[in-house]
Structures are given as structure tokens and as C-alpha cells.
Design a protein around this ligand. Sequence first.
Ligand SMILES: *Cc1c(COP(=O)(O)O)cnc(C)c1O
Length: 376
Amino acid sequence: MQFIDLKAQQERIRPQIDAAIKRVLDHGQYIMGPEVFELERQLAEFVGVRHAIGCSSGTDALLLGLMAYEVGPGDAVFTTPFTFFATCEVIALLGATPVFVDIDPRTFNIDPIKLGQAIERVVEEGKLKVRGIIPVDLYGLPADYDAIMPLAEKHGLFVLEDAAQAFGATYKGRKAPGLGHVGTTSFFPAKPLGCYGDGGAVFTDDDDLAEKIRSLLVHGKGPDKYNNVRIGLNARLDTIQAAILIEKLKIYPEEIELRQVAAERYSKSLCEMAGVMTPHIPDGYASVWAQYTIQCQNRDDLQFRLSKAAIPTMVYYVKPVCLLDAMSYLNNQDGSFPVAEKMARQVLSLPIFPYLAKNQQFEILAKLAGKHICCS
Ligand SMILES: *Cc1c(COP(=O)(O)O)cnc(C)c1O
């Protein structure tokens, strides 16, 4: 059994993928070919925003967003400690200061009440200029934007939605990554919508911001090809990856439903199990289930037993990012983010992907239950 089986999907659409790659080889426009613009049109329509801009990775998408807001030294950007390192890495890379805010224990996403308090605190201290918020839609579930956006408005902050794990998730009738002022996603192969290499995209309704990002994407290009107007990046999405994503996007709505079925099957069986807490999806939200993550007291023990039964599981994340060595210069102390630190000890992600077979899933559930019977 695999944690994420990418092969099953490839087998399903292999002829379409082969044909799409062949078309790119035939026309030869490897950089900014027609597929890139076609994909961008489809992505924007899917999410329901004015602009989707393809780029080289989910990390570069975040970086482009921050660069468009001209984030730099002396700026505070608020984010969650319970995420992949890239979320805070891009803030630090630009010389700004990541300010971490603990999470809601039921959704694993940034806690809006603590966010409000953290913003007030930084404003009061007066050392950093408060600039923006990067909420993460962890495991495929959107953060609480109806609580976050008013805080941003009150303090004049931008909201950059990190939906690397949540492309197409729903929040009160709207779709991720269209829930902040600007949103990003990743097409890393194992993400819900993945390509066959690195890729990402930035989303926004803001015309000026979109234009700036399109410039930053190509070395800060200006209207005159020979006169660069700002310091940028080389962060384009490859045409071949765009061609692959066009084929994958066609089956993506169905794949979200298949993930939903698998998640429901897990939750129905696991909700009765002692010592295990299943994911909480608030009313009006729909996850795209990048991960199906349970909470359990004897996590390491359970993971070890499952691995002995050849059931692969993962821990996202073993440590809150604020406590990783690269962030040590910020002097965040053990115990400062009690919820994130507790979750780092208790979360366990089970195999989930659209093609996870029912019998595989029952096998996983049987092994999980067996553990609890023999231990109780
Ligand atoms: C995967 C991920 C990223 C980075 O995406 P890449 O495409 O790998 O650069 C950023 N944020 C989160 C939350 C992620 O899960």
C-alpha cells in the first residue's frame, strides 16, 4: 500500500497526458506556450476569481504575493506555526519578521481570536510595521476568513491565503484560493491537484496586483521588453506542466468527490473508536482532503504498529515551524504555542487519494481498530 498512489491516476489518463505532452513537443513553445494561458483561464474560472497566474512552485507563488505587496525588513507578517516550512520561509527570505499565532485545536488552522490579540500586541510594541496575514488552509480545509478579513481591514493588512493543500476547497459558497486578497496554490505532485514536477499559481481579483505579479514573474519586466522596471524572479510555469494540468483539471471535480467519499468512510468508522479524534469540518466548509488527519494520544505507538502492518502513515508536522532551527533567531520558546505543539505530538495522517480502494481502506481501519482492542 502507498501513502499517496499517483500511479493509479496516471494510468487512468495516460493517453490524454501523452497527447498533451506531444502537442507541446510539436509546437515547441516550452516557455509561456498557449497551454499556460489556457490553464490560467481555466483555473481562474474554477476558483471564481479574475486572475490566475501560473508559476514555478507553491513557494514561489507565496514569494510573488509578498513581493507584490513590497514586504521587507521591519514588516511583521502573521502566520500559523502549524504548516509546511515554506509559509514562514518566504517571509524571512524577504527580511520581514514572521509573527506566529497559535491554532484552533478543532480545525488546525490559525486561531482568529489569538490573531487579533497578536496584531494588537505588535502594534502596541511599535517595533515592527504590521503588514499582512498568511492563513494556511491546512490539510485541505480553509481557515476562517469571515473572522480573519475584518481584522485585516481594521489594521490595513493584506491577506495572502496559502492554499497549497486546498485548491478547490469550499468556504461558505466560495472557493480556495479565492478567499483572501491574494491566494496561492502548489502543483507539487502529491498535492490534491499536482503536476509532474514543480508548479504553482497565484490568484487575485485585484487587477493592479495581478499585473505586478506578472511582471515579478519575469525579472520585473515592464511594457518595454528591454527596460526592467522592478527586481523580480524567473518563476514561470513550464508549458509542459500546464498541458499536464489541463488534463488533470478535467477530472479534478470528480476526484474531490472521491476523496470526500474516502474521508466519510474513515470518519464513520473512526468516530466510535476510543482515543481517536476525527477531523472536524465546520458547517459551510468542504475540505479537499489533501490529508486525512486524526488526533490520538499514543500517536507514535499507533504509527509504529501500523507501519509493522505495512500501512504507511505520515506526521504533518512533527514540529511547529517556529521551533525549527532556521527560525531560532526569532527566539520563539517551547511552550509558547501550546495547541500547535500538542498537535505536533498527536496528529497522524492516514493514506488518502481518489483511487484508494474500499478494501484497502477497510484493511487500514481493521488494523487501526485491532490496535485499540488489544490495548484497551
Ligand atoms: C507544499 C506547500 C507549500 C510549498 O509548495 P511547493 O510547490 O512545494 O513549493 C507551501 N505551503 C504549504 C502549506 C504547503 O503544503
